[in-house]
Design a protein around this ligand. Structure first.
Ligand code: AMP
Length: 182
């Protein structure tokens, strides 16, 4: 087994699936046991940053709220900054906004308008990609700026939901831990 496979295996074993949370039918991927282990926390950030080591990333966008946990650690490894992508009404300065469809209703994400500039190369990170709606909306935020979208990084992909298909076809998408199930 390679060291990459060993890391993925150790990270996967630290995940916990909570059935029917926060509502019936959702298999919630709980990453808190992984985060609580100092060795696995560092390893997760290493594994997520590694594919983008030579991509010239200048800013890592983390999506509220669990994307906030690992994005700054990834940013540190890449020598990049961290930019929070927040739900509507949380950021204090001028924002760029986009909305996206949920199963019931819509949701809105925002970023500070002055956070992304023409010379930025952006990595978007979230803990989980399910349908891909959140990550695709975050990509649309980047597209409203002059910054270049370099790729996406996820700790977990719920493979059966094919969230990758919602993202730009030419984007670099790296997932540390694909998991079966939706
Ligand atoms: P989606 O927009 O459908 O790709 O959903 C991704 C967002 O919802 C991420 O911010 C995740 O943190 C959260 N999420 C969706 N499904 C799950 C799940 N089964 N377990 C944990 N988080 C989830």
């Amino acid at each position: 087994m390679s060291s990459v496979d060993r890391s993925a295996d150790a990270l996967r074993r630290a995940l916990r699936t909570i059935p029917d949370f926060p509502e019936p039918g959702i298999q919630f991927q709980d990453i808190t046991p992984l985060l609580a282990n100092p060795n696995l926390l560092a390893r997760a950030a290493d594994v997520l940053a590694a594919p983008f080591a030579d991509a010239g990333i200048t800013q890592v966008l983390g999506v509220e709220s669990r994307g906030f946990i690992l994005a700054p650690l990834i940013a540190q490894r890449l020598g990049a900054g961290f930019v929070p992508v927040r739900k509507e009404g949380k950021l204090p300065h001028d924002t760029i906004t986009t909305s996206y469809e949920l199963e019931y209703g819509t949701d809105t994400v925002e970023v500070h308008a002055d956070a992304l500039n023409a010379d930025d190369h952006i990595l978007i990170h979230d803990d989980v990609i399910a349908t891909g709606g959140t990550a695709a909306a975050t990509a649309r935020l980047v597209e409203q700026t002059e910054a270049a979208l370099a790729g996406f990084s996820f700790l977990i992909a719920l493979a059966d939901l094919n969230g990758r298909d919602a993202l730009p076809a030419d984007a670099a998408v790296h997932t540390a831990l694909p998991v079966a199930g939706a």
